[in-house]
Design a protein around this ligand. Structure first.
Ligand code: ATP
Length: 216
């Protein structure tokens, strides 16, 4: 089974990395592919460029065989739509290989507003990771999908190429990229929230307002 986990990763942190490893273990797959998404220019101004986010991700997963990077969305011009990414992957994997995408409940709450959302279960399974915050609206389409097409465990996903929804509730680290950017901007250390190599590179390049000469 091929598993993708998308995000802005601006910057990547231990919350993302731990979750990806948990998913890999719980789904019983060899590796999970992290898929950094394109950021619209108005948001990019405060964070790092696509190339910089990718470089930080590469440093973060170096020497970790269970985590890989798929940079296809950065190579495409304009906005990245999940349906386009899944269609490309499906074409590469063939019709029989199970494909799954990971999404947090916060993002999944708006699933029925995603472009071509009805196509998504035709292309992949959806693994919904429970995150703190409001529960899904029980009368909405995302909750209905989970109820009608939800499966109890990962085994079912291996037996079909697409179409199932699986809810997982792994332990999550309380870390956010927004909090990290704010910390760095305020001159406080974000150490231990992300791999040391990532923080060293952020400082070296002066990203997010980091002071290149500052101490760890
Ligand atoms: P930002 O604070 O900039 O919104 P973020 O830290 O939430 O960023 P994203 O890159 O937007 O990170 O998230 C990518 C994916 O990782 C999303 O599905 C999000 O739900 C999930 N995620 C983010 N932080 C954590 C965390 N601490 N633990 C588990 N999953 C997380």
């Amino acid at each position: 089974m091929h598993v993708i986990y998308g995000g802005t990763f601006d910057p990547v942190h231990h919350g993302h990395l731990r979750l990806a490893l948990e998913i890999s273990d719980r789904l019983g797959v060899e590796y999970v592919s992290l898929v950094p998404c394109h950021i619209p220019p108005h948001r990019g101004q405060t964070g790092a460029s696509s190339g910089q986010r990718l470089e930080l991700l590469r440093l973060a997963v170096a020497n970790e065989p269970q985590l890989r990077i798929d940079d296809r969305e950065l190579a495409r011009e304009g906005a990245s739509y999940t349906a386009d990414t899944l269609r490309q992957l499906r074409a590469e994997l063939g019709l029989d290989e199970p494909l799954a995408m990971v999404v947090g409940t916060d993002a999944f709450a708006g699933f029925d507003r995603w472009r071509e959302w009805q196509q998504i279960p035709e292309l992949a399974h959806v693994v919904v990771v429970r995150r703190p915050g409001p529960a899904l609206d029980p009368t909405g389409e995302p909750a209905r999908l989970l109820a009608e097409r939800g499966v109890g465990g990962p085994e079912a996903l291996h037996g079909r190429s697409c179409g199932y929804f699986l809810e997982l509730d792994p332990p999550l680290l309380d870390i956010s990229a927004t909090g990290i950017r704010e910390r760095i901007g305020d001159g406080r250390s974000p150490r231990y929230l992300m791999p040391d190599q990532v923080w060293a590179e952020i400082r070296r390049q002066g990203l997010y307002g980091a002071c290149p000469d500052g101490n760890f």
